[in-house]
Design a protein around this ligand. Structure first.
Ligand code: G3I
Length: 674
């Protein structure tokens, strides 16, 4: 769930009145509420040729906050160069430390494929989707939530009024009714605001009426009973960073006559096609969906030879297909989801498995990790979440082990996963990555410790005066567990917004810039031998963000913050050309006595088929790393286009069939140079 961070500022904010609208026509006028919000957005990636509207690396509706506080944005008011001493850990502890209850267990039903490691699973029952208290009738009766604003420092609300939504309110509906809510963004300065929904309810659509308005169309069903929230954000026509967010509440109740609720057919989660190496064990998890509630029964009428297809032991909506293909060829597998209440209601999908000979996956030349090692750097990738529970796990793990000697868990170490509730920890995924790395003589890059995104709701809800303690306890506990198995850490990730201001994160709101100092000091105190990086995107080439980033690094050094290096994420496009500036940035870090890490490189195709240019960009970035003595690692954000956060832009060095792209060969040739 994306959260909009807000704080109250002394500035006037535009008037916004709203009424509660319900089909039962209960109206009440709303008080004018002054609540200013600072919310950041990710704009472009700064590199050339970034397709319009493509946001990286977060997503446009998962902002981290743009500082609007005049004091915080005044360059003369940044934190003093005086060292920030490490406060003691809270005593007594604010939340329970990891205990034996959090220790992962050996997987109950062996779902893992050819990974060569004893795969672990989380202990105890699966977690609920949210741990926020359910909204009550009293919350609903209190009337619509006030608008929340993002006001960039460059905007004066008295001059440029914020966009707003016309006549928006809350709604009461019965399950089975079709709800339509019109969103009409306006701006008293004229122009047509843009808008986007934060997170659509499952089964809902946000219909574009092609006249500047959009309509939420949703038929809530039994599973939606309760009070649900739905947020839409309007963007100022003159400055898209200037935004107004409105959250409406929809109370869904069961009708007297339950037969009025249509029993909609079940669905299957979208299935990809996969390339499999013959004789590799296949594990395919298939999820059924039924918006009426009871999960559908999944069937495969024609099971492959020797296959089993059973319900997952922990996730009742998931069924697991397991078998080992022994012949090459394309294998279509039809899956049926059958309604648990009315078996005549079904949904069908066919997943295509392309089984290929092992010889198709033998790359010529030397392995990247061996070549890189001879050039004095590590080369690595970000590991896909639960890569060992995938149909192509055998290929994935085999190629990864051969080609790379450093791995970053793409998502396993994010706080919303690893510490989802106060005192509750989920270490299994990270433990599995560490075990895989140890089994293959790989280092592990811990990512991230302190970040503004993927935070658990309990941290988002926490009061500002507790956050320093929570942050220190979190850093201490994660490093206490992994300090002997993970030596490189993104201690603070993405501290800056796109405009170069310090990101208005929950950590910044509580501690100002000092949160960075405290995070690094705590990391060193807990794991003295750790390599501690400050990691960000769009700071490797000239611009406001890069300028601010290096000023921040220098301030940290002046305050004796124990930073060892800088991580340049480098999520770029195939028409990237600013290599000279990257060279300059690498050298600037070296001149500061710090190490350089390429941490998350991927090169999205600016245009279809641009794979040769993509190869040259990979080569040139690698060359810059090899030419910079302080560059220690060249890490990509994945390695096969089958698994990429930007899959649609084919940004990695192997294609979805694990075939080497020109980029793979370009890296191999560059590393092989004397
Ligand atoms: O695991 C849940 C799953 O249970 C749920 O059904 C599904 C649908 O809601 O979401 C799954 O979690 C998703 C997670 O990836 C794992 O797939 C999150 O919604 C999704 O937001 C998350 O996206 C990741 C993103 O960071 C935000 O954490 C991307 O995979 C990951 O590539 C991206 O990586 C970031 C780096 O951490 C920091 N630098 C930028 C980079 C790209 O944005």
């Amino acid at each position: 769930m994306t959260r909009i961070h807000f704080r109250t500022l002394p500035q006037q904010v535009p008037n916004e009145s709203s009424k509660r609208v319900t089909p039962k026509l209960r109206f009440s006028s709303m008080m004018l509420l002054l609540l200013a919000v600072t919310v950041g957005g990710c704009s472009g990636d700064g590199s050339t040729g970034n397709p319009a509207g493509e946001n990286i690396p977060g997503d446009v509706n998962d902002p981290g906050g743009v500082n609007t506080d005049p004091v915080l944005n005044d360059p003369d008011s940044v934190t003093d160069p005086v060292r920030v001493d490490l406060p003691p850990l809270p005593d007594p502890a604010l939340t329970q430390a990891p205990s034996s209850d959090d220790e992962p267990l050996l997987e109950a039903d062996i779902y893992n494929t050819a990974t060569g490691i004893p795969v672990l699973q989380e202990p105890g029952p699966r977690l609920p989707e949210t741990d926020s208290p359910a909204l009550t009738d009293a919350d609903f009766e209190a009337g619509p939530l006030p608008p929340q604003y993002q006001i960039p420092a460059s905007v004066d609300p008295d001059v440029n009024s914020a966009p707003y939504f016309d006549n928006l309110g809350d709604h009461d509906v019965f399950a089975g009714e079709i709800l339509e809510v019109l969103f009409k963004p306006l701006d008293s300065d004229g122009g047509l605001p843009g808008m986007y929904p934060e997170e659509l309810p499952e089964g809902a659509v946000f219909r574009d009426n092609l006249n500047g308005t959009k309509t939420l169309v949703w038929q809530p069903l039994q599973r939606d009973v309760g009070i649900r929230e739905f947020t839409v954000v309007a963007l100022d026509p003159l400055n898209s960073e200037y935004r107004t967010a409105r959250t409406i509440r929809i109370r869904i109740e069961l009708p007297q006559d339950l037969s009025t609720i249509p029993n909609v057919p079940p669905r299957l989660e979208e299935l990809e096609s996969y390339t499999i190496r013959v004789n590799d064990p296949v594990v395919l998890e298939i999820k059924g969906i039924d918006l009426n509630g009871p999960y559908p029964i999944l069937e495969i009428p024609e099971l492959p030879a020797g296959a089993t297809f059973n319900q997952h032991l922990r996730y009742e909506e998931v069924y697991v297909l397991k078998f080992t293909p022994v012949t090459v060829g394309t294998l279509p597998i039809e899956v049926i989801a059958r309604d648990a209440v009315d078996p005549s209601l079904t949904a069908t999908q066919t997943v295509e498995l392309v089984i290929r000979d092992a010889a198709d996956f033998v790359f010529t030349g030397q392995r990247l990790r061996d070549l890189a090692s001879s050039r004095g750097i590590n080369i690595g990738f970000a590991s896909r979440y639960e890569f060992y529970h995938r149909p192509d796990s055998g290929l994935y793990t085999d190629i990864a082990a051969k080609e790379f000697d450093i791995v970053t868990p793409e998502n396993a170490l994010k706080m919303d996963y690893i510490n989802p509730q106060p005192g509750r920890y989920q270490f299994a995924e990270t433990d599995n990555v560490v075990a895989f790395a140890n089994a293959n003589n790989m280092r592990v890059h811990g990512h991230p410790l302190v970040w503004h995104r993927q935070l658990p709701e309990w941290i988002e809800r926490s009061s500002e005066n507790t956050r320093q303690g929570h942050m220190q306890e979190y850093v201490h506990r994660i490093l206490s567990r992994y300090k002997d198995s993970i030596d490189i850490w993104d201690v603070v990730n993405e501290p800056l917004s796109d405009d170069g201001s310090l990101r208005d994160s929950v950590w910044y709101q509580a501690m100002g810039e000092d949160y960075i100092d405290i995070a690094f000091h705590q990391a060193k105190a807990t794991a003295p031998n750790s390599i501690r990086l400050l990691n960000d995107y769009d700071v490797a080439w000239r611009g406001a963000k890069s300028t601010a980033f290096f000023e921040l690094v220098e301030r940290l050094q002046q305050r004796e913050v124990p930073i060892d290096g800088v991580g340049f994420q480098l999520h770029i496009w195939s028409d990237f050309e600013r290599f000279d500036e990257v060279h300059e940035s690498f050298q600037r870090v070296a001149d500061l006595g710090l190490d350089v890490y390429v941490t998350e490189l991927d090169v999205s195709l600016s245009s279809e088929g641009d794979v040769q240019r993509q190869a040259e960009v990979y080569r040139d970035i690698l060359r810059l790393c090899l030419d910079q003595p302080r560059c220690k690692a060249f890490q990509m954000w994945g390695f096969t286009d089958q698994y990429s956060w930007r899959r649609n832009h084919a940004p990695l060095i192997l294609d979805t069939a694990y075939q080497a792209k020109p980029a793979y060969t370009a890296l191999q040739n560059e590393l092989a140079l004397p």
